[in-house]
Design a protein. Sequence first.
Length: 218
Amino acid sequence: MERAAVFDVDGTLVDTNHIHVVTWWEAFRQAGHRVPTHAIHRAVGLGSTDLVAHLLGDDRDKDRDAELSAAHKALYGQYFDRLPALRDAGRLLRQLDGRGWTVVLATSAGGAELSALLRAIDADDAIRGTASADDVDAGKPAPEPVEHALELAGVPAERAVFVGDTVWDMEAGTRAGVRCVGLLCGGVPRADLTQAGAQAIYDDPAHLLSSLASSPFG
């Protein structure tokens, strides 16, 4: 039977979380908001609209949400040609593909940003599909991105493993009914990932790759 390996991208396969923190901080600063970087870091992994709402609250001027998102996108876009893949990210995806897992991505990124992330990973030959922000109505922690990834893979939830680096990833995967693996390379504490539903935790893609036999992919 088919099995699906579903991966988040930012902070899981590509080392972008802190770039997002800095560019969101600057976007907020330009708009007159003082948002501490630690709060932004905890919100990374949410889609742009949800991130702004999470950090500024319901009493914000919602008419400026699009402006904030556009500012972040422009600032972050300056890094597109040098986004760094995390160690062994591409090798991990190819190894799983070679072992018969259908590799699908589930990410809040879309458009040019997603293209830049895929270039960084450099493993298109192993990736069978991508559930992006362009494909769903609700982003993580809603289960829709993971559920759409499962649809692309043609695999039921009980035969899938979802790998991510944030509590939003773990919550989305848990709500979608899949086993969740957490990676620490996004900067989220182990205890938080476990509490949010991670059944196993590894340092980064390289650590997971070296531990495949004893992991949920074994």
